[in-house]
Design a binder for this molecule. Structure first.
Ligand code: BES
Ligand code: ZN
Ligand code: ZN
Length: 461
């Protein structure tokens, strides 16, 4: 678990060195260590790590090159590189970096590994919490992100619909949240036809997990997450290259659970509801077919243009359920489209909302929390691309691959009517390459920015 170290007098000091600041840091590290750094060719380039020798072969200190404070490229989370690279031991920040809380968070986030199947566990560095930061809050964020990453990284044979339901149930139980699960044929009786259609071909039954937590008359915040534990594409089967990462297609559900955990741990003053439609998009005789028309929970007839556009199908019923009680804020997360990656790449998830004030608040927290997000438009003229031919709406449309993330968002919007505000995040939930604050593999995007936003709007009473 990513925790801070107990302060000890022999914690190894880490000096942050911006270009031009090396001369002033030299004096603090002492002449022999400074001479050693020079001999190693140390230059305070951003990301450069230089170990300094001390007496008896001990590690006496670490130099870490950073961008000058205020530089556009300056990223406090870049301190994660220290967590990812330093040898086992206890460290402390010797000179406070620009944003010590985010630098410390970056360090903790970088310690994460998915090592469940590794025989050997490697020793990790530990950090003493810097002065003046809210150490508990930073630890809670790092632990919640680790929890979410573990869910995304778990292979589909380990985390199928049963296991994902159990993970949600364990979290709900831990906070005394009331949980309801609708499974298998109950989905037909309880009117979740799209969730049933997508998940009925799999060995583990499709289901809707629904839990509620918090003061009954507090503002209603509802989180919905796409929980496709594996996306084969269905009968419109994906090619091998497209299927490779599809264990992560429950990344939206993992994101919702991560944010829910943060909100509940912090005791935010919300009536929180989490709705997860959970399925495996598999292939067998009962699989839905291209061309099928299914009347959704909301009553709209949905044409299955492509069985691989399954995420928006299960979300349609889940959003319709969420919308019925007109929540104050409805947020959904989904690894919904490849098109979002084409537009913005893996690190910058798009979000969609008609609420300009909410969009501005999200964008602001995204910058302050270093959790990159970018608003894209619910572009009404493209509505025609998803009109159905025999049904009301098509899940694939006639866009011929153009504006795919936008048309997916427009599809979801048709199922949201009463919510006071709705925002949709088309997340990737994956780091293709290691980043300073996280290894390659499962990633949780948007949850940190939204936790800050919710903390500001609905502080604990
Ligand atoms: N889970 C995928 C989207 C996805 C693919 C996310 C790769 C991240 C990386 C989704 O279910 C899907 O297959 N979407 C299709 C929709 C299309 C058939 C209209 C897509 O994006 O190609
Ligand atoms: Zn798909
Ligand atoms: Zn999918």
């Amino acid at each position: 678990m990513p925790r801070f170290a107990v302060p000890t007098p022999d914690a190894v000091p880490i000096w942050f060195v911006a270009p031009g600041a090396w001369e002033s840091v030299r004096a603090s590290v002492g002449a022999p260590a400074a001479a050693f750094a020079d001999a190693c060719g140390f230059k305070p380039k951003p990301g450069r790590i230089q170990l300094l020798p001390g007496e008896g072969g001990r590690l006496a200190g670490v130099l870490f090159g950073v961008e000058p404070a205020g530089a556009a490229a300056a990223d406090p989370l870049a301190a994660g590189k220290l967590g990812a690279s330093l040898p086992e031991g206890v460290y402390r920040f010797a000179n406070p970096p620009g944003d010590p809380a985010l630098a410390a968070l970056g360090f903790l986030l970088a310690l994460y590994r998915y090592d469940r199947f590794k025989a050997e566990q490697t020793g990790k560095p530990r950090l003493v919490a810097p002065e003046g930061v809210d150490a508990d809050r930073i630890e809670r964020i790092a632990e919640a992100v680790a929890f979410g990453r573990d869910l995304v990284n778990a292979p589909a044979n380990v985390l199928g619909p049963d296991a994902l339901e159990q993970a949600a149930a364990r979290l709900a139980d831990g906070f005394g949240a009331g949980l309801a699960v609708t499974r298998g044929d109950e989905l037909i009786a309880d009117n979740f036809p799209l969730v049933h259609a997508v998940g009925r071909a799999a060995a583990e039954a499709p289901r809707v997990v629904d839990f509620v937590w918090g003061r009954r008359d507090a503002p209603k915040v509802t989180l919905v997450g796409k929980g496709v534990t594996f996306d084969s594409g269905g009968l419109d089967i994906k090619p091998a290259s497209g299927m490779e990462l599809m264990k992560k297609d429950m990344g939206g559900a993992a994101t919702a659970l991560t944010l829910a955990r943060l909100a509940m741990e912090a005791g935010l003053d919300v009536r929180l509801r989490v709705i997860l439609p959970i399925v495996e998009n598999a292939i067998s005789a009962p699989a839905m077919r291209p061309g099928d028309v299914i009347v959704s929970r909301k009553g709209l007839a949905v044409e299955v243009g492509n069985t691989d556009a399954e995420g928006r199908l299960i979300l349609a019923d889940a959003l319709a359920l969420a919308d019925e009680e007109a929540p104050d804020l409805l947020i959904d997360f989904a690894t919904l489209t490849g098109a979002a990656r084409v537009a913005l790449g893996p690190d910058l998830p798009p979000f969609y909302t008609d609420d300009d004030a909410l969009a501005a608040a999200i964008a602001g927290w995204s910058v302050r929390a270093r959790d990159p997000l970018w608003r894209m438009p619910l572009w009404r003229p493209y509505e025609a691309m998803i009109d159905g031919t025999v049904g009301d709406v098509s899940n694939s449309g006639t866009g011929a691959g153009q504006a795919g993330s936008i048309t997916a968002a427009l599809f979801l919007r048709r199922f949201v009517e009463k919510a006071k505000a709705w925002v949709h995040f088309d997340v990737y939930a994956w780091n293709p390459k290691a980043r300073a604050h996280g290894p390659a593999g499962g990633e949780i995007q948007a949850a940190r920015a939204l936790f800050e936003l919710l903390s500001e709007r609905y502080p604990a009473r």
